[in-house]
Ligand binder design. Structure first.
Ligand SMILES: C[S@@+](CC[C@H](N)C(=O)[O-])C[C@H]1O[C@@H](n2cnc3c(N)ncnc32)[C@H](O)[C@@H]1O
Length: 265
């Protein structure tokens, strides 16, 4: 009986949420994102990968890097991705960029499982120092700005950086914790060769993280943003920077990915 009541409560709760998303919520970017995620879930797709494939893809994978014999990077967990991760192609693009640029200092905003962090470590030099910042789940309620509802699940996790915590390259990675809006970035001022912005996708956070990245990047360094094409907050913030701030006039969107790139030289 208790279960039936619990199930009914759950049913009504979901019905109310879905009803909101599909009506009034359609006016809001994060609600439209949920609809997109629901569609992906029910069509059993996430980032192009089946979650529970009934008829799994069995063909060996390839991609343009391999076909054109110009893949200079190496990877771990490249195909183990889903919600909250860079896609396999995006990870290959980032890894190849790192291999090419050979940054000595890297800052990532938004660790999650640390899949990208680990691949940054795999493709940079032995002496490269990587710092990755994550918001602890206990700090969510005190975050300065409101994060998007759809990204709370990436914040609420038992372990941050689980993909690299036991890895031999762990020593290249320093984990720091806090809210990017209040975190003290001053020790990293003008010192970062590469910055990867992939924390909260809410507009206020993207603006904040972008301005903080600009303070951290060394002259000539590179800033990458994930999810330019996936989240309204990222798109709006970057469009505004591009159109209204001369420091961003060289901002580009890397075709075939959701990544935006700024070379500061
Ligand atoms: C989409 S995931 C990052 C994925 C990761 N960069 C990757 O490529 O695998 C977003 C991460 O940003 C973190 N985050 C969200 N809001 C944040 C904030 N205000 N400050 C710092 N980290 C934040 C979340 O805890 C989560 O781990």
């Amino acid at each position: 009986m208790k279960t039936m009541v619990q199930d009914l409560t759950l049913y009504l709760g979901v019905l109310r949420r879905v009803g909101y998303t599909m009506t009034v919520g359609m006016m809001k970017g994060n609600e439209r994102e949920k609809l997109h995620q629901l569609y992906q879930f029910y069509s059993k797709k996430t980032n192009g990968e089946d979650i529970t494939p009934e008829d799994p893809y069995i063909l060996p994978k390839t991609d343009v890097f391999e076909l054109l014999h110009n893949d200079i990077a190496k990877y771990e967990g490249v195909y183990e991705c889903g919600f909250g991760h860079t896609t396999e192609f995006e990870l290959k693009v980032i890894s190849n960029l790192v291999k090419e640029l050979q940054p000595k200092t890297i800052f990532e905003i938004g660790t999650f499982q640390g899949r990208t962090t680990l691949n940054l470590a795999l493709n940079s030099g032995e002496d490269t120092k990587i710092v990755t910042l994550d918001l602890p789940e206990d700090n969510l309620d005190e975050a300065k700005y409101k994060v998007e509802e759809g990204e709370v699940r990436y914040i609420k996790k038992s372990r941050s950086g689980e993909r690299f915590l036991e890895h031999p390259l762990r020593s290249k990675i320093t984990q720091v914790f806090g809210d990017s809006a209040t975190f003290d970035f001053s020790p990293y001022r003008k010192s970062m060769d590469l910055i990867f912005i992939d924390g909260s996708h809410a507009y206020d956070y993207v603006v904040n993280d972008t301005l903080k990245a600009l303070e951290m990047v060394r002259p000539g360094g590179v800033i990458l943003w994930h999810d330019y094409t996936n989240w309204e907050g990222v798109r709006r913030a970057l469009n505004e920077f591009f159109q209204g701030d001369a420091r961003f006039k060289k901002l580009k969107h890397i075709g075939g990915t959701s990544i935006a790139l700024l070379e500061t030289k």
